[in-house]
Write a protein that binds this ligand. Structure first.
Ligand code: KE4
Length: 438
């Protein structure tokens, strides 16, 4: 029998109950605070740039649901769109105009998209895009980069094999070796290694997939020429270039990384922002490639709730706003001030730190920099980051609970939140410094 309603429970009570019935007490591992220590708070509501927990504590939120909430929590446009749809039903399993509108908006905003298929998550989007690339080329091998996360479908859960170009090895129990033996792995930003691998075996590759700006290893931008180089290499060897823009789409520029860096992939995967916090993912790209997808073509892909009317109502409201407004120059300027202030707070306390910003995404490493790859990022001081995270939380600032995540902004983050955050960073840095400056 379900326990009492949760509205009056404290985070501590909910945390005790959660761990009895949910693995690790959460529905996604990063939320458990396992990487930073301490116990997670439980959210009662979100409002603009803030989260409020069940104990009434308020936090400036830099996670924004891991990217989706570019308009902040509970924006009136999103609430109204959901209220309007709700009384007309939650799901039909039949086509709706809202799905057509979303597909048209995505095609209109994202340079690579001629055709798109809506799904329910980023994982579904990348899993499906890989299948389409394999079906279209008739090849099985693909290349990904260490530190790039493309969701939890088997082919992507791979650790570096003995040699980078040899067979991938599973990095999770439950993933059979056959599922990853076609997955090659190389360090991000190492164009020469890609060139050499493809000169050897390019004809075996269906695709290269990457986050064009890494957001799952902290924030790591592409080196100049890296994306263009991948475009040339894939074209030369008949492989498809897949930009996983689940995170960077509508986050690093209105047209995603492909618009910002001027490189057009053959396929793009999307998620997060396009659902405005409701479950929506998408994959799309060249018409000739996408027409291999069922029911037009033979590559099978399906989903009960794909293009769901509630999710597309919220997503269309957010995309409509983005079609009429370009918040990215302002968000990037804000992120630059935030990161500069945080790095100064840390280095001022004697803690090596460096930061990066791309559009509305940002990252601070407890590492002197430069951080060009996941391998570099792994040299950051993750133990001290955990202590810093806890000290920031105590002061009402909610940073991503892992040193290997990016930070996100919304249009509702303003001067008050910036000041609060930088004051907290100065105090927290002193707390975690080796010998606090007296
Ligand atoms: P989802 O299946 O979680 O919707 O999307 C998977 C995915 C695919 N591609 C990229 C580039 C992604 O960043 C993600 C998911 N991002 C993580 C944030 N590190 C989601 C947070 C979580 O796992 O709880």
């Amino acid at each position: 029998m379900a326990s009492s309603p949760t509205s009056s429970s404290t985070s501590a009570e909910l945390w005790d109950r959660a761990r009895k019935v949910l693995p690790g007490g959460v529905n996604s591992p990063v939320r458990s605070f396992k990487s930073v220590g301490g116990d997670p708070f439980f959210v009662e509501r979100g409002q603009g740039p803030y989260l409020v927990d069940t104990d009434g504590r308020r936090y400036v939120d830099y996670i924004m649901s891991w990217g989706p909430l570019i308009l902040g929590h509970a924006h009136p446009l999103i609430v109204e769109a959901l209220e309007d749809q709700l009384t007309r039903g939650t799901s039909y399993g039949a086509p709706t105009g809202a799905e057509v509108e979303m597909a048209e908006r995505l095609v209109g905003l994202m340079p690579s998209l001629e055709m798109v298929r809506l799904v329910n998550s980023g994982t579904e989007a990348t899993m499906s895009a890989l299948r389409v690339a394999r079906g279209h080329t008739g090849r099985n091998r693909f290349l990904k980069f260490t530190g790039c996360y493309h969701g939890h479908a088997d082919p992507f859960l791979v650790a570096a094999g003995s040699g980078v170009a040899t067979l991938g090895l599973p990095n999770s129990p439950g993933v059979p070796e056959e599922a990853v033996r076609h997955t090659a792995l190389l360090p991000f930003n190492d164009l020469e290694a890609v060139r050499s691998l493809f000169n050897d075996r390019g004809g075996e590759f269906a695709a290269i997939i990457l986050e064009p700006v890494m957001g799952n290893a902290g924030l790591i931008p592409p080196e100049p020429g890296f994306l263009k180089g991948l475009r040339e290499i894939t074209e030369a060897h008949g492989a498809l270039l897949i930009f996983d823009e689940v995170m960077t789409g509508f986050r690093v520029a209105r047209g995603g990384a492909q618009e910002r860096f001027g490189v057009t992939p053959d396929l793009t995967t999307l998620g997060k922002v396009i659902g405005a916090g409701l479950p929506v993912g998408a994959f799309g790209g060249r018409r000739d490639v996408m027409e291999s997808v069922a029911p037009v073509g033979p590559v099978y892909q399906a989903g009960t709730l794909s293009g769901n009317p509630l999710a597309t109502a919220a997503g269309n409201a957010q995309l409509r706003w983005l079609a009429e407004n370009d918040p990215f120059p302002e968000l990037e300027a804000y992120a630059e001030r935030l990161v500069k202030g945080m790095v100064e707070a840390l280095t001022g306390a004697g803690i090596p730190a460096s930061g990066q910003v791309v559009g509305s995404m940002w990252g601070v490493f407890l590492h002197p920099g430069p951080v060009r790859s996941f391998e570099d990022a792994q040299e950051a001081d993750t133990e001290r980051f955990g202590r810093f995270h806890r000290e920031m939380l105590r002061r009402g600032v909610f940073l991503a609970p892992s040193p290997f995540e990016a930070g996100f902004l919304s249009i509702t983050h303003g001067e008050e939140e910036l000041e609060l955050t930088l004051a907290a960073a100065r105090a927290a840095a002193e707390e975690v410094a080796d010998d606090p400056v007296l």
